[in-house]
Each structure stands twice: as C-alpha cells, then as structure tokens.
Design a protein around this ligand. Structure first.
Ligand code: NAP
Length: 302
C-alpha cells in the first residue's frame, strides 16, 4: 500500500508527527524497531512534560501511542534496514522482516542510541553487568553494589532509581559538577547509599563472563570498585546511518534540516533527537514532530 507519510521511529517525535498528520487527513504508517515511546520508556519519572506533574516514561510512551492510533495511524514493529527514493519521488523503506512500504513523504524520527564508553570487553559484557537502562535492568541488581557513569539527567535518574533497590550506588562522573538538574543532585545527596566518585573515569571492566567490578581513574589514582552492574549513561548518538544518502549529516551524525524539518531531499523530513539542533528534550522532540508533519502535509498538498 502507498501511504501519504511513512514515519520511521515511534518515539515522541514520530508519534506526535503521526497524530498531526492523521488530523490533517493523511494516511500514516509508523515503523518502530524496539518499543513505541522510544528512549523515554527508559525514564522512571518524567516531571517536565507539559500537563503531567509526574508520569513514568513508559506510561507517557503508551499514551503517545494510544493517541496516534486513536487518530487512525497504522503502526508496525519492524526494523527499517534501507531507505530509497524512486525517480517518481516515492519513498521506499525495506524492513528486516522482508516487508517493503511506500510513502509519498517520509519523516525520519529515529532518535538516538546510548553511547558506549569504548572499553575493552564492554560489548561482550552488555547484559552481563554492563547496562544502559536502569528502568529495564535495575531489578536484576537488587541488594547488590552497582555503579552509574555519567553526569546528565539520565545518569542522575538512574542513580536515584538504583539507590532504592541496590545496596550501594557509585555515581562516577568525569567533572566536579553535574550537567543534570540540581533537584536530582540534591535528592541523591540525601541518599546514604550513594557515593559520588567525581573527576573520575572508568578505565577497566573486571570479571569473566559476568562483571565483578570496575577500575576508575580518579585524580591520577586507580581505584577498584567491586560492582555487579555498571550503568552507562553518557548520552546518546544519532542512528541516522540508513538515511545518509538522503540527508546531510554533521560530524556527529545528526541530520541537517531547515526550521521546517525538511532535509536535502524533497519530501524527506527529520524530527526529534536525530536532528541537528540545540536542545534535545521530550518537548522539543514533540515540537519537531508537529512541525515535520505539517511541513510534510504542505509538501503533499502542493
Ligand atoms: P547528556 O545530558 O548529554 O549527559 C551525558 C553525560 O555523560 C554528561 O555528563 C557527559 O559529561 C558525560 N559523558 C559524555 N561522554 C562521556 C565519556 N566518554 N565518558 C564519561 N562521561 C561522558 O545525556 P543524557 O543524560 O542521556 O540526557 C540526554 C537528554 O535527555 C538531556 O537533554 C536530558 O536533559 C534529557 N533527559 C530528560 C529526562 C527527563 O526526565 N525529562 C530524563 C533523561 C534525560 P560532561 O558533563 O562532562 O559533558
């Protein structure tokens, strides 16, 4: 079937775009490879999305999906592996399952994936001590000692959540001060089982098949922390590889676009964290979704 708009990525940007496009009367398919709601489903508590005093990321993700589907958006759980534009302007996406979808316009809203530290054996230990999501994996470490690495809101939130179930939480950050919200830092300062390990970086992962500890370098000294889990929360990198032939990517891989979210290819738009911009927040992802959808509608109506 030929859709008016194909949306790749079902996070806040993609789902908001779907809601706006449907309300403008366009047929819409949203393709998501993991979980509808995107990165936000990993956040235990969201307190800065307008209209919600406090809501879990998973619940907010569910509501965004429900809203888009209520408006008539179709959704598919599949991984898009290739994207191309035919000479007649039709956008074609091929998926891991073998399915191929066509659209007159396309919105890339693939967000970003967690960055890794680049340490020896890090990939091998993913799921065996190295984690990227405290909401998803924290329960496996109940009663154990863990470390979180990072200084942004994700690291602070992960440390707070883990401090509720783990025996001890080391929060390792390379600077003296945190980039994340002061309110979260203050909450952590009050937790007796949380230790800040500042001006420090993880230098080595210890253990065999399972992580048994990490070595940190702090002020020129090496220190061993015996932890069963290391939660890496050092930010995200965009996942725009499949779109590289259709849009200009900056050095970090973010997609260039105008204020209207239009890329270098007519009818191809970009929205959310994968777009080159100054502020990456839930609110700005949702805003991009609306802008990209309305621009795509104008493109279709021209
Ligand atoms: P972030 O804000 O970019 O923070 C990444 C942190 O990792 C920074 O403290 C950075 O250190 C550190 N870092 C980067 N590379 C590193 C490396 N190689 N080794 C060690 N440390 C490294 O990322 P984030 O915390 O994932 O948050 C992403 C965005 O989502 C932010 O805008 C955040 O506010 C937002 N967010 C919102 C919520 C919410 O509840 N609404 C929840 C989570 C995240 P430096 O400070 O030294 O650069």
């Amino acid at each position: 079937m030929l859709y008016d708009i194909l949306i790749v990525g079902g996070g806040p940007a993609g789902l908001t775009a779907a809601t706006y496009a449907r309300r403008a009367g366009k047929s819409v398919l949203v393709i998501e490879k993991n979980a509808f709601g995107g990165q936000i489903t990993w956040s235990p508590k969201v307190e800065n999305f307008p209209g919600f005093v406090s809501v879990s990321g998973a619940e907010l993700g569910d509501k965004l999906l429900e809203q888009a589907m209520e408006q008539g958006a179709e959704v598919e759980l599949d991984e898009v592996t290739a994207v191309s534009v035919r000479p007649d302007g039709i956008k074609t996406v091929a998926c891991d399952s073998g399915a191929v979808f066509e659209g007159r316009a396309l919105i890339a809203a693939v967000g970003a994936k967690p960055r890794m530290l680049g340490l020896a054996r890090e990939e091998e230990l993913v799921g065996s001590g190295v984690c990227f999501c405290a909401v998803c994996d924290g329960a496996f470490y109940a009663g154990k000692d863990v470390a979180v690495n990072g200084g942004g809101n994700s690291a602070l939130q992960d440390a707070l959540l883990l401090s509720e179930k783990c025996r001890r939480v080391y929060l390792i950050h390379r600077r003296d001060a945190f980039r994340g919200e002061r309110k979260l830092v203050e909450a952590l300062e009050k937790r007796e089982n949380v230790e800040f390990v500042l001006r420090a970086s993880v230098a080595e992962l210890l253990g065999g098949d399972e992580l048994t500890g990490v070595v940190v370098e702090q002020d020129g000294q090496r220190r061993e922390l015996p932890v069963a889990g290391l939660f890496v929360a050092i930010g995200h990198a965009p996942d725009n590889g499949i779109f590289s032939g259709l849009m200009d990517l900056d050095r970090a891989g973010y997609a260039a676009s105008g204020e209207d979210c239009l890329t270098a290819t007519p009818g191809v738009f970009v929205a959310g964290d994968c777009r080159a911009k100054g502020v990456r927040q839930l609110t700005t992802a949702a805003a991009d979704g609306a802008v990209a959808a309305l621009a795509a509608c104008r493109y279709l109506d021209e």
